[in-house]
Design a protein around this ligand. Sequence first.
Ligand code: PLP
Length: 450
Amino acid sequence: MTANRSAVLHRNLRVDPPVAVRGDGAWIIEAGGRRVFDGCGGAAVSCLGHSHPKVIEAIRRQVGQLAFVHSGAFTSEPAEALARHLVDRAPQGFGNGATMFLGSGSEAMEAALKLARQYWIEKGEPSRGRIIARDMAYHGNTLGALAAGGHAGRRAPYAPLLIDVARIPACHAYRGRAEDETPEDYGRRMADALEAEIAVLGPENVCAFVVEPVGGATMGCVPPAPGYFRRLREICDRHGVLMIADEVMCGMGRTGTLFAMEQEGVTADLYVIAKGLGAGYQPIAGMMVCETVLDAIRGGSGALANGHTYMSHPAACAGALAVLETIEEEGLLEAVNRLGARLRAGLESRLGAHPQVGDIRGRGLFQAFEIVADRGSKSPFPPAAGIAARFKQEALAAGLLCYPSAGGVDGTQGDHVLLAPPFISREADIDFVADVCAATLDRVLDRAAA
Ligand code: PLP
């Protein structure tokens, strides 16, 4: 018998993670009482922290009344109310649109890819089967979503299982903009790569273009260049290609607006949302469909070809509705902008001149800094130095949970630290995050050099 070995299949088979037993606002309390500040919301999930009474009560009430019904037989009051709440606040063209609720961002991403494909079949253009996505994107870990993703390291082990997704470069000014290029010219150049790829594939074969409005987990909070999305929208419209905005990480207020794309002044045809939607109180994601796409399906087969058991889960929908209501009632979008500016200023003042920090970027409470071996050449540390992994351990030891990642430059090289604190954080918490990051970086670099 191996009684002291965990029977949970943890991500790391050599080290069991500490046991978390309780949440207290933006703090997580471990068995033994140690408090850790959740500086990344897990993975940009816990926007309301871990003990919000309104959300807890909404879920408790719903489970007491009706925990589950199968969406093939019934709808439920929370699912209806949540969908109405979202479409009422959604971008233009979604007023008569609809939302499907699923269990995870990956599942919602799969649903979006399949719905885009179904749209073209219903429209009588079955040759439109190709998806275009961007290098270094992250769209999830199920096979379809992983195939759309562009992170070489994450894709490599599963390569034989992945569908063939066409790819264009990401818009990443720190890494890609030429010195003599304006941000606008760079945005246009990157967007025009989509048009070039559509020409290669033939527009009659292209189904959809998938894009994160603010590049998240793999690249580290990379905002688009000015005009990039307007140009992408023009190109999609010109060739009848659907635009799928993956707002799983950057949506639901994280960047300061409910939908991250609002800040680009254009609308996608499908939105994929998750993480902050349920704030971690229940697993939930959404796939939002605009009127035009929905009308084609309504006027065609009238039925979705894709379904899952836990779609529109009533308890999850009740929790998510309470989350979105709380964001409005407590003025949390304003808080995201105010605290986000404080976090950015805190990082700039502590790390802006650091010789091993190449870039500080992001929007709202979605900020990252990139660690480099040489600031002039932007060259990363060798992957074997394990900078991101060391940073995570050192920060945790200092009481801060953050989200460092490796491979952000090309899928194997590069280190950045992503920060996504809860919207309910206090100013002192935000300063703590910046302080711990600065101290941790020096400790990590000292140890790496030793
Ligand atoms: N899309 C983006 C942009 C993400 O950041 C993630 C997760 O990090 C996903 C999709 C997949 O979501 P999930 O992990 O809930 O399946």
